[in-house]
Design a protein around this ligand. Structure first.
Ligand code: PLP
Length: 423
């Protein structure tokens, strides 16, 4: 038994499934988690002394690579001043100002502790602002684990309100309507059915929780105009895309403005942080200014703010980083497509900026249905072979592959050679 296996054998006695978030369980690749001891740059090191080139990057936050010296220093300094005050601080104001200056549609922002909280609160705010109850989400889009958002499309295109998880009362999802990603007519149909009841449409501008699925030309613009026509708010879940596609996130990348946006992952640089923000008149509905209640004992935590603020500041000061990262990713995923083509493999590569996904299907992947045609057994075999060779891809097919500034051309070339051997 390896040390990872020994630790995991103990973990399952005390933690459900041995993990604190299901995708870490390695269940979908029929394996047990590699217990990670430390990370640096583009590399993870496990309890058994094995080293991996990391393509998960903590699911996105580590865009500058692990253990970045400036971020580490900022965190250590903040720790020296105390871990939490439960009172207002300068660091929160600086963070809020930086976010508002970075995203034109965000005039006010509230910090929370996770992406889940950010999206849940944005939706509450949208409902409070519009005085409407129903929301539209897309099949295959993940918005955290709050009750009302654990709804999948099911087989029918426009089925409403079937909870996806035990423990979610039907009452909690009754107002959650499901539409199809990249299918504006499915959204229009819902608006025609409930013209004055839909508070908001929530979307991952690039769907990155069913693998990676790009918005087709006109899809996001179409959502914008449908929301305008029916007086609903457009909410972008930018927990992955924010500060990832480019500094201004999906709103800048695609040139479509949202009314509210939710952030997480990158803005915490690895600390538990989320944020939601939008137009002033909407955000002024949030307590203590307005009637939409939302609170958090540790929200805007000074250590978390130090980490996030430092990372965002570095990204802001170096616009060239995004160009370099995205060009590096274009070459990497471009080469992966070339390998798939040369080998005649039954695979598809979807990619945008530093996000990508290798799907084990022969079909183009444009939505939840086509994503689900992937052969997850083939993915599992690929993933296990990659792990054996010292690469750490997401241990599940329906997750993104993340690149960071710390990945070198040499790291990526080695990964491509291995991928070429496997598929
Ligand atoms: C990760 C994620 C969330 C949830 O964030 P947590 O910090 O895990 O609660 C929400 N939306 C999207 C798009 C995500 O990728």
């Amino acid at each position: 038994m390896t040390d990872s296996e020994k630790i995991f054998a103990e973990a399952v006695n005390y933690i459900p499934g041995g993990v604190n978030s299901p995708v870490r369980a390695f269940g979908s690749i029929g394996s047990v988690p590699r217990m990670i001891k430390r990370a640096d740059g583009a590399r993870l090191y496990d309890e058994d002394g094995r080293e991996y080139i990391d393509f998960v990057c903590s699911w996105g936050p580590m865009i500058l690579g692990h253990n970045h010296p400036e971020i580490r220093r900022a965190v250590q300094e903040a720790c020296g001043r105390g871990l939490s005050f439960g009172a207002a601080t300068r660091a929160e104001v600086e963070m809020a100002k930086l976010i508002c200056e970075s995203i034109p549609s965000v005039e006010m922002v509230r910090m929370v502790n996770s992406g889940t909280e950010a999206v849940m609160s944005a939706i509450r705010t949208a409902r409070g602002f519009t005085g409407r109850d129903k929301i539209v989400k897309f099949a295959g889009c993940y918005h955290g684990h709050s009750d009302g958002l654990l709804v999948q499309a099911g087989s029918g295109a426009l089925t409403a309100g079937i909870p996806d998880s035990a423990g979610v009362p039907e009452g909690c999802t009754r107002d959650t309507l499901s539409a199809l990603y990249n299918d504006l007519s499915s959204v229009e149909e819902l608006f025609r059915k409930f013209p004055e009841e839909i508070a908001c449409v929530i979307v991952e501008p690039v769907a990155a929780n069913m693998g990676v699925v790009l918005p087709e030309e006109g899809f996001l613009e179409g959502l914008r105009s449908l929301c305008d026509r029916y007086g609903a708010l457009l909410v972008f879940d930018e927990v992955i895309t924010g500060f990832r596609l480019c500094f201004g996130g999906a709103q800048e990348y695609f040139g479509v403005e949202a009314d509210l946006a939710a952030y997480g992952k990158i803005i915490g640089a690895g600390m538990p942080v989320g944020a939601y923000g939008g137009r002033r008149e909407i955000m002024e509905r949030v307590a203590p200014l307005g009637p939409v209640y939302q609170a958090g004992t540790l929200s805007g935590n000074p250590v978390a703010m130090a980490a996030g603020y430092t990372q965002l500041s570095i990204l802001k000061e170096h616009p060239a980083y995004y160009r370099e990262l995205n060009e590096k990713a274009d070459r990497f995923f471009g080469a992966m497509k070339e390998i798939v083509r040369e080998k005649g493999a039954s695979c598809r590569v979807n990619h945008i900026a530093s996000l990508g996904c290798l799907f084990f299907t022969g079909e183009p992947v444009t939505d939840y249905r086509s994503a689900k045609t992937s052969d997850t057994k083939a993915y599992a075999a690929y993933c296990n072979a990659m792990l054996e060779a010292g690469f750490y891809p997401a241990p599940a097919q329906f997750e993104a592959m993340f690149l960071s500034m710390a990945h070198t051309e040499e790291d990526l070339e080695k990964a491509l050679e291995r991928i070429s051997d496997i598929i």
